[in-house]
Design a protein around this ligand. Structure first.
Ligand SMILES: Cc1cc2nc3c(=O)[nH]c(=O)nc-3n(C[C@H](O)[C@H](O)[C@H](O)COP(=O)(O)O)c2cc1C
Length: 271
């Protein structure tokens, strides 16, 4: 069966997860959700099996992803899955996203979350390299199992706890509402050499380079790609990130990140 996986990523974890699942399923097209942001309002998926792979942001799916699911025409979809990557706690992210699928006309058949290294350096420092390695190895194994279940057409619908729902309904809602202007906390210091990688990796096309410095335009998705991929570590979020490390998935480059904005992967490998 042909599969389309729509993905969104800030630092590569979700793209790496999507790639693993695609490799296991075969005959799968990977399409970046940012590439479809400014296209026709309704999106008819070109396959009967579809998946969405993205990070958890504030105990919910990122706003750009929720808005994308709302636009999907799910009438001809036979099987839908959602894989979230997260660093510590998902709240009710899976259940609340399932609601969005149902409102769009199709219940989610399979939902799972895979723990991966944290990229949220606005919240806390990066994990030590050996811990990141262990988390990534465990994620590989989990993704393999998940892909097998998806290939077999399994159903998995977990239930969120009341505390999970409370976190999603408060933090998730706040983040979704205010995300675009949260870039007011982003700033660049004198280490910036104007290389433009921040603008390249920004999935929201929220950054332009003016006078050799990045400028943010308040369509931010707070994915922290700009902060984490800056080779000079010149971009800071508030006053806490200056002394913190930077994270991106070891296999996912800035060029890979930028590719989620173009529709060039919108093809079946074997078509
Ligand atoms: C703004 C923001 C909010 C986040 N919120 C959560 C969260 O609520 N729970 C969690 O476990 N991880 C959270 N994370 C961590 C990411 O979900 C995790 O590192 C994910 O694998 C990153 O995927 P990506 O590289 O595809 O962007 C957050 C990260 C960011 C940048």
């Amino acid at each position: 069966m042909k599969t389309v996986i729509y993905y969104f990523t800030g630092t590569g974890n979700s793209l790496a997860a999507a790639q693993r699942i695609a490799a296991r399923l075969g005959d799968t097209a990977l399409i970046g959700i940012p590439a479809l942001r400014d296209t026709a309002q309704v999106i008819p998926p070109p396959a009967h099996r579809i998946g969405v792979v993205c990070p958890v942001h504030g105990f919910a799916v990122p706003g750009i992803v929720a808005e994308f699911i709302e636009r999907l025409d799910l009438e001809s979809v036979e099987y839908a899955f959602l894989i979230l990557t997260y660093a510590g706690m998902t709240g009710a992210a899976l259940s609340s996203a399932r609601r969005v699928f149902r409102q769009a006309g199709k219940d989610l058949d399979f939902g799972a979350a895979v723990r991966m290294p944290s990229n949220d350096i606005a919240l806390s420092d990066v994990q030590p390299a050996n811990k990141q390695g262990k988390i990534l190895a465990a994620a590989e194994a989990r993704l393999e199992k998940i892909a097998q279940e998806i290939a077999a057409g399994a159903t998995r619908r977990s239930r969120a706890t009341p505390i999970g729902w409370a976190l999603t309904a408060t933090v998730g809602l706040l983040l979704a509402r205010h995300r675009h202007t949260m870039d007011r906390k982003l700033a660049v210091n004198n280490a910036c050499d104007g290389c433009g990688i921040c603008a390249q990796v920004c999935p929201a096309d929220n950054i332009t380079i003016a006078d050799g410095r990045p400028r943010w335009h308040h369509r931010c998705e707070i994915c922290l790609a700009c902060v984490n991929y800056c080779p000079q570590r010149a971009i800071q979020y508030g006053n806490r990130t200056a002394r913190r490390g930077r994270y991106h998935h070891p296999e996912i480059t800035a060029v890979d990140l930028a590719a989620q904005k173009s529709a060039t992967w919108n093809e079946f490998p074997s078509a």
